[in-house]
Each structure stands twice: as structure tokens, then as C-alpha cells.
Design a protein around this ligand. Structure first.
Ligand code: SF4
Length: 350
């Protein structure tokens, strides 16, 4: 997949831009002042594959806690700043690898200039993150098409304040809760600027709503080569945000799948064994496997042999039986009641 050409921006120990992998990030969801809880959550996120973590710093006590968190964290830590230039400066001095500013609520050019000077002195990056909901000129009756233009206008005006001072260590984002608008505005940003882009929906909702809408918005843009870091925003566990973010990257081939991969047919009226229950058991079996291993569980012979040909191990159901395939070749026919054991043996051989 051809990535959009961007300049390279350094964020602590990582780099963002065309030549570097797309980074999955999220935010901590415990009080920043609870340093231990924050650090615990960051460890869980790192284990899940989080490449950079953002932390809210609404008060001075939060930027003080932020310094302690940064000191004990290896991945880059980003301060999420709203409303306050003082918080931005405190966070930079506390060791932020990047800060996020919202043009909708940090507006005074003198404040912005002070933040830029501080960011330059500490050689850190700044993300300018426009949110549809905090755009100045936005009124309830502004039609959808104009909202996209307003977001872009807000971003252009803000970026120009930075460029006038020669500061270009920028990452850009524009988020809406609306999937189509998020895609449109990010395409427009990609056409206008060469800065790396952070993708995501905002306020996307509970997992059942947020996962499909984020996957469509982020996936569409990534498939067009747009996006250098992503955040799947879910009202829920941030570890799940990382898991879904990585799954999006893996589905587009932007991240190598680690460990086993399980293909399962969705089942239909042709299905001849209990595929779902078998697949759940196979998934449990694969939990301990760290090697790349491609396993397929298929309900009948329509697509079964085709998937089996691509899999290391596959089962393709017949009436009350399963045909076991290894490296695309049929090696055994097994009664349904013995299928799990037979698959287990083959998985263990790997
Ligand atoms: Fe249906 Fe067979 Fe396809 Fe499974 S593999 S969805 S059972 S046709």
C-alpha cells in the first residue's frame, strides 16, 4: 500500500511519517493524579501493542503527576491539553514527547506563541487536533458539507500561526463523530498539508457502535495511504482500543500478524457440524501458540478446501465428520466428537 508522502516528525523515541510504521495509540482512562493506576494502565496498553499514550492534564496537579508518569514510561507520552496555555507549558516542561492542542479552545495568539517557543526549546512535537464539536463558527444548522470546510479552515488558520514562527514539528487531525465527514475532512487535509496525520473518530460510542464506525473511517483512509498514527475511540477499555487499532492495521497489511490466525466460516444452512463451538475451542487451544500458524475451521465443502489450501491446518466439515487438512493436503477424516482432539494433536506438532 502506497503511503501518502509526509515530512517526518519525531515524537520521543518514535518517528511518524511515510517511512515509518503506522502507530496505534490511545488515552489513559484513570485519573492522571492516580499515578500508580495510570502506570498500571500504561503497562497493559504497552503489552497490547500501544506505541504512544496520551494523558489528560486538566489541572496543575495533573501536570505534576504527568511528570512522574513520564519518568517511569518507555513509550512516548503525549499531554492532552485543552483551554490552558499554562497546562501546555507545564506538560512540555514535565517531559511530554508531544502535546495535543485544540484550536477550538486554545486560541489566543500570544498563548500559542508561548507554547510554540517552549515546544521549540524542548524539541517536542505538537498535534493540532480539530474537533467538529469545538469549532468556533459552528452552529447547529450548518449543513454537513460546510462542516467539513469549517474544520479545514480552522486547521489552516491554526497551522499558519505555527508556520509563521518556523515551527513545523506538527501532526494534524480532524475528528467528527460522523464517519463520512471524518473521511472527507481527512482527505482534504491530506491534499492540503504534508504533515503526518493522526486518524480517528471522536465520541464514537460504545464498542458495538464505535468499532464498526472507526474501522470504516480509519480503514478507508489508511487504504488510501492516509494516516500515520491512529486512535480507535471507544467508550470502554483502552486495551480494546489498541486491539481494534492493531486489527485494522493487520487487515490492511500495515502490521504483521503475530502468532496464530484463525479463519472461521460464518456458517449457513449448508453447515454440517457445530462450527462455532468448535472454533471457540480451537481459539482457546491457540492461546498458548506464539508461532505464526494459520488455522481454518470451515462448515462444508463449498469454500472449505479452498481455505484449507491456504492454511497450515484446516478442518472442513462433512456430515457429522470433519476432513482434516495439513498444508493443503487431506490427511484424515474424523468423527465430529473427535475433531478437537485431532486438531489439538496437529497444532501441538507445529
Ligand atoms: Fe456455509 Fe459452507 Fe460457506 Fe460455511 S463454508 S458459510 S457452511 S457455504
Amino acid at each position: 500500500m502506497k503511503r501518502r508522502k509526509t515530512k517526518t516528525v519525531t515524537v520521543g523515541s518514535i518517528k511518524l511519517g511515510t517511512k515509518y510504521p503506522v502507530v496505534v495509540q490511545t488515552m489513559t482512562k484513570v485519573f492522571t493524579t492516580d499515578v500508580n493506576a495510570c502506570l498500571r494502565q500504561i503497562r497493559q496498553l504497552e503489552t497490547a501493542g500501544c506505541g504512544m499514550v496520551r494523558i489528560a492534564v486538566p489541572t496543575k496537579a495533573d501536570t505534576e503527576a504527568f511528570a512522574k508518569i513520564v519518568a517511569k514510561t518507555t513509550i512516548p507520552v503525549v499531554a492532552d491539553v485543552h483551554f490552558s496555555a499554562a497546562r501546555a507549558i507545564e506538560a512540555i516542561e514535565a517531559g511530554a514527547a508531544k502535546i495535543r492542542l485544540n484550536p477550538g479552545n486554545v486560541k489566543d495568539p500570544k498563548d500559542i506563541r508561548r507554547i510554540i517557543d517552549c515546544a521549540k526549546a524542548h524539541k517536542i512535537a505538537i498535534r493540532i487536533g480539530v474537533n467538529e464539536a469545538s469549532i468556533r463558527d459552528l452552529k447547529a444548522d450548518v449543513p454537513a458539507a460546510k462542516r467539513t470546510a469549517l474544520m479545514l479552515k480552522e486547521l489552516k488558520g491554526y497551522v499558519s500561526l505555527f508556520e509563521k514562527t518556523g515551527f513545523d514539528n506538527l501532526v494534524l487531525s480532524a475528528k467528527s463523530a460522523n464517519t463520512v465527514r471524518t473521511i472527507e475532512v481527512n482527505r482534504a487535509i491530506a491534499d492540503t498539508f504534508e504533515y503526518p496525520m493522526h486518524l480517528g473518530l471522536t465520541h464514537a460510542g460504545l464498542p458495538e457502535d464505535a468499532i464498526p464506525s472507526s474501522s470504516v473511517a480509519i480503514g478507508t483512509l489508511l487504504a488510501e495511504g492516509i494516516g500515520d498514527t491512529i486512535r480507535v475511540s471507544i467508550a470502554g477499555d483502552p486495551v480494546q482500543e489498541i486491539q481494534i487499532g492493531r486489527a485494522i492495521l493487520q487487515s490492511l497489511g500495515l502490521e504483521q500478524k503475530q502468532g496464530p490466525e484463525l479463519i472461521v466460516c460464518p456458517t449457513c444452512g449448508r453447515c454440517q457440524i457445530d462450527v462455532v463451538s468448535l472454533a471457540k475451542k480451537v481459539k482457546r487451544l491457540l492461546k498458548g501458540v506464539t508461532k505464526p500458524l494459520h488455522v481454518a475451521v470451515m462448515g462444508c465443502i463449498v469454500n472449505g478446501p479452498g481455505e484449507a489450501a491456504d492454511a497450515d491446518i484446516a478442518v472442513c466439515a462433512g456430515a457429522g465428520k470433519g476432513l482434516i487438512y495439513k498444508n493443503g493436503k487431506k490427511i484424515a477424516t474424523v468423527e465430529e466428537s473427535n475433531l478437537l482432539d485431532a486438531l489439538k494433536q496437529e497444532i501441538e506438532k507445529y
